[in-house]
Every structure is written in structure tokens, then in C-alpha cells.
Write a protein that binds this ligand. Structure first.
Ligand code: ADP
Length: 602
């Protein structure tokens, strides 16, 4: 059966009970009234009969005619039918009819009762008078030892019916009024019970929809104590629930924020190998919207047999697996450190697996760089050390005695130690600049200043070396050109570039240093141009790497360490700039230091 509203369960039942009660009471009242009125009429008519009894007995003894006459007169005056019935049932006199023509009356119920010595009464339709009549008969004892005659008085029942009808109408009206009142009160009662419950239901619905301020409010004075305490308890419960929901929501948001901002790609799958959840990094790695990936088979997203095998192994055996795998995302190879751990519910049952993937491509690259660097440094240091060792051993084996050779050997040893010194110096400067580049703001010695003094000082430092090769150094620099710079570092960078230009230029050529503001790029350019050997195209991308040389023999011969350009690159970066090169093999090169133009800095 379909559940009905509480109001419709209370109101009709209440009304029905009231209706039945009113009907029962009305019926009982009408029945009692009828009986009472009937009995009263019977007593009244009986009293009249008793009053007539003696007179009738006397006339009965006297003559039938006198009796008939008396009955007729008395009956007319009292508007009562008077009938005298002999003990044998024959009618002796009647106020309304001729007794001769009347049938036997001995079998009438009231007459039978009167014959037995009691007052008899009956309410019935009179065939003689054609209407309802109330008959009352009393015994008339003619002789004490013989059967009595009967004196019957009867009145039309219309009076009784009229009275009963009136009483019935009043009772009906009263009943209708009571039923109306009962309906009104039942309605109010049903509403009073159902409304708070309805309010509670609405409040609970609003609570479940998560509207915090919609607790149950009920301003009705006639609310019952029980309902009031129920509402208070529910509101208290709702508040606590709200607090818990807010706490859970906050924790959920925090977790979601942590989850989505994790740099590791995280992906959770259920026991059916469908994605439960993935974070932004995972979406980025597999090129899929993390929200769209949900509930999709993981195989369609990962498409990597080794990864799938790891997930399946974890799901099957409920243990963690770890491996480093390589992915190709269509553009590049990505090295991933993958850990797959089983996911368990709160009773420890396996429900899926969690993949945590760490992109270690950069780490691997850095590790390779570090390894190469160590190998390069070792190699660079080993070469002069081997030379030194060889000559020192030769000297110890007697070379000291051959004076000319000894001096020569010692000069070589001196040159090689100088080379070692240069390599270590360059490594130290590189490390110093690299440290500063990592934390540029921490440096206090970057300030806006004119570039002229820096460039002049660099040219002066290199002048001796240039003179040795009869190379002319030229400087073209506007007098007011300014940049945010560290003079010592910038001078070191320009010296390195000038030294290279001098070293790789032929005797008698010229090296030009130009400083200018780049019109469209918001940069300051310091260009060092030479007309030297130039650099082949294939080397251009790599010459700024540590220890990279285009021509190893020539570099060593010129005293180069292979670190000069790397130092320049880091100095440029520490100034927020770059270093670039344009070169034509055999015709010369121009290195550009590009620094931010202070007039464009906000
Ligand atoms: P090095 O100390 O060997 O000069 P650098 O890092 O300064 O090392 O330069 C790297 C390489 O770039 C050099 O070995 C050289 O081959 C090439 N190079 C640098 N500057 C010039 C230049 N001005 N002209 C030609 N080649 C150059």
C-alpha cells in the first residue's frame, strides 16, 4: 500500500470515530426518548381510563345504550376513542363506531393483556380509523371470580410522532453541529501533529542537501513538549553533523589539493582495473583530463605493457612492486620511477592498487651531467699531472744532470702546474658563479652603473696579450650606457670573451668590443667581434658546455681550460641575461652578451 501523509491518516479516522459516536448517541437518545414518551402517554391514558373505570362499570350494569351514549359523549369531549370490550371479545360500546358492526376485539394485544388483569398497550395502524393509534386497555372487573371485560382508550399516534419528529430534528441538528465541530477540531489536531513532522522532514531534506543555515525552525506556541524536544535534539544532531561534514569537506579539500598539486603522478585503480582517481600530474603525463579518466579501464590510458604487468602483479599478489621504466609520450622519452602499492579497505581487504610515478628524467640527466663532469675534470687534471709526473721521473732518473734538458723539463713542469692552476681557478669561479645564480636576490653587489669603466678595465687587462700578437683592440661604447650589473663578474666575462677572441685570431688582426642598446628587444648588447678562425656550425650548440672544445689541441696550446665560455654563460645568467654567438668558419666570430635594459625594467 502506498504510504499516505500523516494528516490523512489522522483526520479521517478521527472524523469517523466522532461520526460513529454522534450517530450512536443520537440513536440511543431517540430510542430513549421514544420509549420514555410512549410510556408517559401510556401512563397518561391509563390514568384517564382508571378515572372512567367506575362510571363505565356502573353504566355497563345499567344499560348498553347508556354506555354507548356516554362513550360517544366522553370520547368526543376528550378527543379520545373509548371502547368497551366484553370478556368474550365482543365490542359493547365504542365512541367512534357502531359496536354492532365491529368485529371481535378479543385478539387485540392490549385487550389480551387487559383480560389477564394488567394494563395493556399497543401502537399500530387502525384499519377502522385508517391512522396510527396508541391503544391502552385496562381490565374491568365485573365479577371478582369471572374473566374481566376491558376498557380501551386510544388516541391518534400523530402527537407522539410529531414530538418524536421534533426531537429527532433537534438531535440531528445537534449531531450535525457536533460533527462539524469534530471535523474542525480533528483537522486542527491532525495539522498540529503532522505540521511539526512535516517541518522536521523538510529540515532533514535541506540538511541532506547540505544547506548549513537551514536547521529546523518552528515558531508555534501550541507545539507539544515531546515534539519540541525532538526538534531541539534533531537541531543539535544536525549541528554536530554539519560540523563533521564541514570538517570532512575541509579535510577532503586539503587532501584533494595535496593530491592534485603533487609533482608525482598518482593513479588509483580498483580491482577491475578501472581508474578510481588520478591527479593532475598523471593526467598531464598520460595526456588525459584527470576527471575524464575516472572509471575508464586503466589499460586504455596507460598503454604500457610493463606498467600494466606491475598493476596486475600487485592486484594478484597484494604486494608492492617497484621499477624504473621508460615511456615515450610521442615527443620525448620520459624516465619514470614507478611504485605500485596495494590499496586496502578499512578491514584490510585488497580493493585495488595505487601507482606513484616520479619523473626522474631530469634527475637522470643531471646525474649524467655530473658523471660527465667528474670524468671530464678527472681527465683534464690527469693530463697535466701525467706530464708533470713523467718529467719529474725523468729528472729523478738523471735528467737533472743534463743541465739544458733539466731546465727545459722544469719549464714544462711549471707550464703544466700553471695549467692545473688555471683549471682549478676556472672550476672555482664556475662553482662560485653557479652558487650565486641559484640565489640572485641574495646578492647585494648587483647595482645600476655605467658599463664604460667595466669594458675599459677588461680591455686593459687583455692589452698585453693582444700586443703579443699585434692585435688591435677597439672599444665602441656610448658614454651613458648603463646596466644593473656586478662589475667584477661582468669584467671577468668580457675578459674571457676577449681572451678567446685574441687566442683564436691571427696575428695583426683586430678585435672590436661594441656596447649598444637593442632597439626592439629591451636588451643591452655587448658584442666582442674577431676576425679569427671562426667556429663550425656543428659546434655552435655545444661550445658553452663545460670542457667542450672545438679543437682540443689548439685550445690546450693557447692555454684554454674549456671552461671559459661556460663561465661567461653563468655570469650572463646571473645578470638575468644570455650569451649568444654568431660565427662563420674561417672568417671570424661575434659573441653577444645580452643584459636586461634597465630603462625597460619596471
Ligand atoms: P677554451 O678555454 O678552450 O677557450 P672556452 O670555453 O673558452 O674554452 O671555449 C670553448 C671552445 O670554443 C674553444 O675550445 C674554442 O674551440 C671555441 N671558441 C671560443 N671562442 C672562440 C673564438 N673567438 N673563435 C673561435 N673559436 C672559439
Amino acid at each position: 500500500m502506498r504510504p499516505r501523509p500523516l494528516f490523512w491518516q489522522i483526520f479521517p479516522v478521527n472524523l469517523l470515530i466522532s461520526l460513529c459516536t454522534v450517530l450512536a448517541v443520537s440513536w440511543y437518545a431517540i430510542a430513549t426518548f421514544t420509549t420514555f414518551y410512549y410510556e408517559q402517554m401510556v401512563v397518561d391514558i391509563e390514568a384517564r381510563a382508571i378515572l372512567l373505570e367506575q362510571k363505565i362499570l356502573d353504566l355497563l350494569m345499567e344499560s348498553p345504550d347508556a354506555l354507548q351514549k356516554f362513550c360517544r359523549q366522553a370520547g368526543r369531549r376528550a378527543r379520545t376513542r373509548i371502547t368497551v370490550v366484553a370478556p368474550n371479545g365482543a365490542v359493547l360500546a365504542d365512541s367512534d363506531e357502531d359496536p354492532q358492526r365491529m368485529e371481535q376485539h378479543g385478539n387485540r394485544p392490549e385487550i389480551s393483556q387487559a383480560y389477564s388483569g394488567q394494563t395493556g398497550s399497543s401502537l399500530r395502524f387502525s384499519r377502522t380509523l385508517h391512522q396510527d393509534m396508541l391503544y391502552v386497555a385496562v381490565p374491568l372487573s365485573i365479577k371478582s371470580d369471572s374473566k374481566p371485560a376491558a376498557l380501551r382508550l386510544s388516541v391518534p399516534a400523530t402527537a407522539l410522532n410529531t414530538v418524536l419528529e421534533t426531537i429527532g430534528q433537534r438531535i440531528f441538528l445537534a449531531s450535525a453541529l457536533i460533527i462539524l465541530l469534530a471535523a474542525v477540531f480533528s483537522h486542527r489536531l491532525a495539522r498540529r501533529i503532522s505540521r511539526p513532522l512535516e517541518k522536521i522532514r523538510q529540515g532533514a531534506e535541506q540538511l541532506s542537501s547540505g544547506e548549513k543555515n537551514k536547521l529546523i525552525t518552528f515558531h508555534e506556541r501550541s507545539i507539544s513538549v515531546e515534539m519540541n524536544s525532538l526538534i531541539i535534539s534533531l537541531n543539535r544532531m544536525a549541528e554536530q553533523l554539519m560540523e563533521r561534514i564541514m570538517l570532512t569537506r575541509r579535510q577532503h579539500n586539503e587532501l584533494a589539493a595535496v593530491f592534485s598539486s603533487m609533482t608525482e603522478a598518482v593513479l588509483a585503480v580498483d580491482a577491475e582495473e578501472c581508474v578510481i582517481r588520478m591527479n593532475r600530474a598523471a593526467g598531464h603525463l598520460f595526456r588525459i583530463d584527470p576527471h575524464l579518466g575516472k572509471e575508464h579501464p586503466v589499460q586504455g590510458i596507460l598503454r604500457h605493457p610493463e606498467l600494466m604487468e606491475m598493476i596486475r602483479a600487485t592486484l594478484r599478489h597484494n604486494h608492492s612492486t617497484e621499477a624504473e621504466i621508460e615511456l615515450f609520450d610521442g615527443q620525448q622519452h620520459i624516465a619514470l620511477e614507478v611504485r605500485v602499492v596495494p590499496l586496502q579497505d578499512n578491514v584490510g581487504q585488497p580493493v585495488g592498487a595505487l601507482l606513484v610515478m616520479d619523473d626522474v628524467t631530469r634527475l637522470n640527466r643531471l646525474e649524467n651531467v655530473r658523471r660527465d663532469f667528474v670524468a671530464n675534470v678527472s681527465h683534464e687534471l690527469k693530463t697535466p699531472i701525467t706530464v708533470i709526473r713523467g718529467y719529474v721521473e725523468t729528472l729523478l732518473d738523471g735528467g737533472v744532470d743534463a743541465h739544458a734538458d733539466g731546465k727545459n723539463f722544469l719549464q714544462i713542469v711549471l707550464r703544466q702546474t700553471g695549467r692545473l692552476d688555471a683549471i682549478i681557478d676556472d672550476l672555482l669561479s664556475l662553482s662560485r658563479i653557479e652558487n650565486k645564480t641559484g640565489d640572485r636576490d641574495a646578492l647585494l653587489d648587483f647595482a645600476l652603473g655605467n658599463l664604460n669603466p667595466v669594458l675599459h678595465a677588461a680591455l686593459q687587462t687583455c692589452a698585453f696579450k693582444a700586443d703579443e700578437k699585434q692585435i688591435r683592440l677597439e672599444l665602441h661604447c656610448p658614454p651613458d650606457i648603463k646596466a644593473v650589473h656586478n662589475p667584477a663578474l661582468l669584467e671577468e666575462a668580457v675578459i674571457n670573451l676577449l681572451n678567446n677572441a685574441i687566442a683564436y685570431s691571427p696575428v695583426g688582426s683586430s678585435v672590436i668590443v661594441r656596447a649598444k642598446v637593442q632597439q626592439d628587444g629591451g636588451k643591452l648588447l655587448i658584442g666582442i667581434q674577431d676576425k679569427g678562425c671562426g667556429i663550425r656550425k656543428e659546434h655552435l650548440d655545444r661550445i658553452f658546455e663545460r670542457f667542450y672544445r672545438c679543437d682540443k689541441a689548439r685550445s690546450r696550446e693557447s692555454g684554454g681550460t674549456g671552461l671559459g665560455l661556460s663561465i661567461v654563460k653563468h655570469i650572463a645568467q646571473s645578470h638575468g641575461g644570455t650569451v649568444e654567438v654568431e660565427s662563420q668558419f674561417g672568417r671570424g666570430s661575434t659573441f653577444f652578451l645580452k643584459l636586461p635594459d634597465p630603462s625597460c625594467l619596471s
